[in-house]
Design a protein around this ligand. Structure first.
Ligand code: DGT
Ligand code: CA
Ligand code: CA
Length: 597
């Protein structure tokens, strides 16, 4: 089995970590970090590109040297550079970098002075008071380390949904070829599209369970077999992900799928309803007085307890059961409902593709429109646009819109929201654009009061359209900013602006519970890719998953609108008299011709 993108990314990260602990050249370290990000987020597997004999240097950001390393990893499952670095430093040391507060310099000291190589050893050294004596550490640092290790312990073992997807999809395609197999479904939190996944739970139907079990544990990514019985097995894959597998009879498939999809609290609530109706429910079926009355499909299970079918993303016991009983569940949005994307970057800043490449890729997705929203000047690391470069980009967009058929590029910006809530470009510049996407990229640590005021003030700008990645969190890397999101959502409703659900796998921000809140307040959410390359549009499926977890329907999503409807909605972002707003709302129901461009 060739290496997955996530494996390649992990190797590049490990190389960068080891180089960093060694104190190597920062540019070299950055090159590996970038490569890890690019490969990790790439939606096509590198090995699949190689099988098609495509040149890996065609992947934006991957040069000849990195391309050779990727080939080496894919074909040999190893990397000679990493092997060499490992002879100089124990690889486990890189785990220490993940403990908040520990940088490469400190890790170097811990290793050389105390021979600390693992997180457990770190914990012991802190607990025994050996760390405070090291130069540059002290008692307070030691206490921080102790607390950080404790908090860190329950985080690291989960996988981001997009990463789990790589392993789950490869394993699933292996399993469908197992002897006598009929159905294979990855259930659990993965099927519910949770943003991180603890382990994979797979439900299978097959004529004979035994050969399937044998076939499963022979998968060449299996590193350890925890249990293997007649109908169930648990293994750990080489990437560290646990997989629990169950083979069930065809007649129990629905009941098993329901049970293993969870969530646990949803299951408990459904079982309670069953009991009140005098029914017994378990992973084999639904029973009345010992006789099976349902279980072959999930629909039959729900029907037996008087509920309509509940999509997996809603099964969190957050009110879905009451609605299912009343047959009033939301009609959840689907990927195919999107008519465009309102947040994308190009080579002009930190994206990897040209305007034209992005436009053509958007067209291939079948969309009507794509908003180009490169960074503004404040974000120097991304070579953000100043008014002049933005004006030039707008001219290029006009020319492309003249030339290209079947796709419209919208002129936008991802403008930095500065510390005081002002926007990073002059008003007259912002006023000329089709839309303004505002984002926080600095000062994440402001107090709740100041952070909230900052965002509210930004949204008061007459041209403000969409608040990008509202919480600012990066999954497992950076906690969300402290913001009164309920106030932000209400203000967005009052101002007629919108919130983004950013589909980047490490963001998935707006959180699902805030999506629910936005829905209740009537604030539309824009599910955006924040694409930095043409590949990134494929991440929208994870964004849609999160939107569905947040109960959003097609009508709650801004970019399910036709271009004509969209333009009316985004022109409304200025403060307008209630009389006009009312008229706009009426107009929204009609599909109007696009505004002259
Ligand atoms: P994860 O793996 O932590 O991301 O989350 P899940 O939801 O996949 O949880 P997991 O793998 O422990 O269990 C898979 C499903 O099995 C879970 O969603 C519901 C079901 N399940 C597990 N334990 C129990 C239980 O004690 N009672 C009930 N009713 N269901 C359970
Ligand atoms: Ca699971
Ligand atoms: Ca499990």
């Amino acid at each position: 089995m060739p290496s997955h993108n996530a494996d390649i990314a992990a190797i590049f990260e490990k190389i960068a970590d080891l180089l960093e602990i060694e104190g190597a050249n920062p540019f070299r370290i950055r090159a590996y970090r970038n490569a890890a990000r690019i490969i990790g987020e790439l939606s096509v597997e590198a090995y699949a590109l190689m099988e098609k004999e495509e040149d890996l240097t065609g992947i934006p950001g991957i040069g000849r040297d990195l391309s050779a390393k990727i080939k080496e990893i894919v074909t040999t499952n190893r990397c000679s550079l990493l092997d060499r670095l490992r002879t100089e430093l124990p690889p486990a040391v890189t785990e220490l970098l993940k403990v908040p507060g520990l940088g490469p310099k400190r890790v170097r000291h811990l290793y050389h002075d105390l021979d600390v190589q693992t997180v457990e050893q770190l914990y012991c050294a802190a607990r025994d008071g050996r760390i405070r004596a090291l130069p540059g550490f002290g008692e307070k640092t030691e206490l921080n380390i102790l607390q950080a290790v404790e908090a860190h312990a329950d985080q690291v073992s989960r996988f981001k949904l997009a990463v789990a997807a790589q392993y789950a999809e490869a394993l699933r395609s292996y399993l469908v070829a197992a002897p006598g197999v009929m159905k294979v479904t990855v259930a659990g939190s993965y099927r519910r599209m949770r943003e991180t996944v603890g382990d994979l739970d797979i439900v299978i139907t097959a004529a004979e369970p035994r050969p399937v079990m044998q076939y499963f544990i022979s998968y060449d990514e299996v590193a350890e077999i925890l249990a293997a019985g007649g109908t169930r097995a648990s293994v750990i894959l080489t990437c560290g992900l646990q997989v629990d597998l169950r083979v069930v009879a065809e007649e129990s498939y629905g009941a098993a799928l329901h049970y293993f999809t969870g969530s646990k609290s949803h299951n408990i609530a459904v079982r309670y309803i069953a009991q009140k109706r005098g029914l017994k429910i378990n992973e084999y079926g639904v029973y009345r007085d010992g006789a099976r009355i349902a279980g072959e499909s999930e629909e039959s299970v729900y029907r037996a307890v008087g509920l309509s079918y509940i999509p997996p993303e809603l099964r969190e016991n957050r009110g879905e059961i009451v609605l299912a009983r009343a047959k009033r569940l939301p009609q959840l949005v689907e990927l195919g409902d999107l008519r465009g994307d309102l947040h994308a970057h190009t080579k002009a800043t930190d994206g990897h593709n040209t305007l034209r490449e992005m436009a053509l890729a958007a067209k291939r997705h079948g969309w009507e429109y794509l908003a180009i929203t490169d960074h503004s000047r404040q974000l120097a690391v991304a070579r953000g646009l100043d008014p002049l470069r933005l004006a030039r980009q707008c001219e290029e967009i006009d020319a492309l819109n003249e030339e290209l058929e079947g796709i419209i590029l919208l002129k936008g910006i991802e403008v930095d929201i500065l510390e005081d809530g002002s926007l990073d470009l002059p008003d007259h510049v912002l006023a000329k654009l089709d839309l303004v996407v505002g984002a926080v990229h600095s000062k994440f640590e402001l107090s709740r009061a100041r952070q909230t005021e900052r965002i509210l003030r930004a949204m008061q700008h007459p041209n403000f359209t969409i608040l990008a990645h509202p919480g600012g969190r990066l999954i497992q890397q950076r906690p969300p900013c402290d913001i009164d999101m309920a106030r932000v959502i209400r203000e967005a409703g009052r101002r007629g602006c919108f919130l983004e659900l950013n589909a980047q796998p490490e963001r998935l921000d707006l959180l699902d519970t805030y999506c629910q809140m936005a829905r209740e307040e009537g604030v539309l959410v824009s599910v955006n890719s924040d694409a930095h390359s043409t590949f990134d549009f494929d991440n929208l499926r994870f964004g849609i998953g999160q939107a569905r977890r947040g109960w959003l329907e097609k009508k709650n999503i801004l970019n399910t609108r036709s271009l004509g409807e969209l333009q009316i909605l985004i022109n409304r972002t200025m403060e307008r008299p209630a009389r006009l707003r009312h008229r706009d709302e009426q107009n929204n129901h009609d599909s109007l011709a696009p505004r002259a461009r």
